[in-house]
Design a protein around this ligand. Structure first.
Ligand code: ZN
Ligand code: ZN
Length: 523
């Protein structure tokens, strides 16, 4: 078996790891590079040949893990894609949405290109590619161990990170020896609203582990929730709005859950209206509502009591562009939750344009902001930004919360590894900026673990558990090569001897050739 790290290594987006098991090629995730990674690495080139991939195992629906599946299809992949049922439901809206965005980007680019007299470019993939790729999905629910082929069984367990997110246990059998590889996917944070805590794994021979927050500790979730509500109430008092860039899937629903709790407890000022301004967020909220059985005990109990955790008075979903634009006229008391989460695209940029310059407003970041994204630049305290060709002063108060993150922090990751009672022999760190992965590596190494920070393009043969066949092979090859050479030498000698002894007067040509043949045939 060998692992080839082809994405999401040394960085947080574009997750994709190729396993070679026997004569099969298994892909773990096929994510899109986003933000800076997209510019640096490009999404249009795969480190593998898509048509040679036999099967894809998808950890969860986030685009940084699933976003290149339609491109994989477009380039010839026709294998099965295993994912949990809620992950598939979310992929259905996310991949189609992603295809639309790529289509729009290409259209925009082509307008510019045609003015320059350049030929048009193709979108990364089309809605049709996404629809076709979706047909390859095979649902595999949590704890339904399945044989994928002779030599590989997999089992999904809850990662807690978002609806349908899985940790994958891979039971691999080669050369009559066995091993267990665990792929963490994205590991959840403890105490995330709605979500269960990441399930512990008791055994693992090898581990591929995410490290997004490998160098950071999240503050207490409850304290941060209180602070968030205080900021919302305070901004309302000041006469402004609160703008929250948020990933449409996952984070938005968690925010709704928190706001629902505080609103129902009477802790949210009654004049405040919460707007979820993202069609994608509305659609995914519906999927969340349809999959309540996957949520934690607390949520289930509330639902049983008749409290719908994703609905409350003063919560509105805006669908149309007109409704979204109407929000730009609201001066006070609006909490606008909109995508994208790092403010790199989407409706959120309009809301920032209309509120950033107002000192009575607040912008609240609740998720990871990648280096170079508008979100990160604002967090770093920039005083002016350009939005839609206009220079906008940054006067609004900027707040950041990391405790509301969907990812485990340093302690979460460490404790999850410590809970593995048997193994792992080696840990490969992925899904992290280099500083985060290096910090986690040091922490785990100090505790005696064998850790490596995976780099893109790393090809790692896992020999530990299989018979070291290659070494025996090399020996066998050498032995055969020497014997071969000796035999040839011996034949050459015999031939020379024979040629020297030929009596050309007596022997006919046929006789000579037949003797030569006999010599060559000699073993
Ligand atoms: Zn994720
Ligand atoms: Zn991720």
């Amino acid at each position: 078996m060998r692992i080839e790290f082809s994405g999401g290594a040394g960085t947080v987006t574009g997750s994709s790891h190729l396993l070679r098991i026997k004569d099969k090629r298994v892909l773990l995730d096929c994510g899109l590079y986003q933000g800076r990674d997209e510019k640096d690495r490009g999404n249009d080139v795969f480190a593998y040949i898509p048509s040679t991939i036999d099967v894809l195992i998808l950890s969860h629906a986030h685009i940084d893990h699933s976003g290149r599946i339609p491109l994989l299809y477009k380039r010839g992949f026709r294998g099965k894609i295993y994912a949990t049922p809620p992950a598939i439901a979310l992929c259905k809206i996310l991949l189609i949405d992603s295809a639309y965005i790529h289509g729009q980007d290409a259209e925009w680019e082509n307008k510019k290109r045609s003015r320059k007299g350049l030929p048009p470019i193709e979108p990364l993939y089309t809605v049709e590619d996404a629809e076709n790729a979706l047909k390859l999905f095979e649902p595999l629910d949590f704890y339904q161990e399945k044989e994928i082929f002779d030599g590989l069984r997999i089992n999904f367990i809850e990662a807690g990170h978002m609806l349908g997110a899985a940790i994958t246990e891979l039971y691999i059998e080669e050369e009559s020896r066995k091993m267990k590889l665990v792929y963490s996917g994205d590991l959840g944070n403890n105490n995330i609203p709605l979500m269960k805590e990441p399930k512990e794994v008791t055994e693992a021979d090898f581990l591929i582990l995410e490290s997004t927050y490998g160098n950071r500790l999240h503050p207490d979730t409850k304290t941060e929730e209180d602070e968030l509500i205080a900021i919302i109430n305070d901004t309302y008092q000041r006469g402004g709005n609160v703008i929250i860039p948020s990933f449409a899937v996952g984070r938005t629903q968690e925010l709704i859950y928190i706001l629902n709790e505080y609103a129902e407890a009477g802790k949210l000022a009654p004049g405040i209206k919460v707007y979820v301004d993202s069609p994608l967020a509305s659609k995914s909220t519906d999927i969340f509502k349809a999959n309540m059985s996957y949520f934690d005990k607390e949520t289930q109990e509330k639902m049983l009591k008749g409290d719908h955790v994703l609905e409350f008075e003063n919560l509105f979903f805006t669908e149309s562009v007109q409704d979204s634009m109407a929000l730009n006229k609201v001066r006070k008391g609006a909490v606008v939750i909109s995508a994208s989460g790092m403010a790199t695209a989407g409706r959120i940029r309009h809301h920032l344009k209309h509120n950033l310059w107002r000192s009575e407003c607040s912008v609240v970041f609740v998720g990871y902001q990648a280096v170079g994204s508008l979100g990160r630049i604002l967090q770093e305290g920039i005083k002016e930004v350009t939005l839609f060709g206009e220079e906008i002063a940054v006067n609004a108060r900027i707040h950041s919360f990391s405790g509301l993150s969907g990812h485990a922090d340093r302690n979460g990751l460490y404790n999850w590894v410590k809970a593995i009672r048997k193994g792992p022999k080696e840990i490969f760190l992925t899904h992290g900026d280099p500083e985060a992965s290096e910090a986690l590596k040091t922490l785990l190494q100090d505790d005696g673990y064998n850790v490596r920070v995976a780099r893109e393009g790393d090809i790692i043969p896992i020999k530990d558990y299989i018979k070291l066949v290659p070494e025996i092979d090399v020996y066998e090859m050498k032995k055969t090569a020497i014997e071969d050479a000796l035999l040839r030498l011996r034949k050459k000698e015999l031939m020379v001897k024979y040629i020297e002894s030929i009596d050309f007067e007596r022997e006919t040509e046929i006789e000579i050739l037949s003797k030569m043949k006999t010599i060559l045939k000699k073993q």
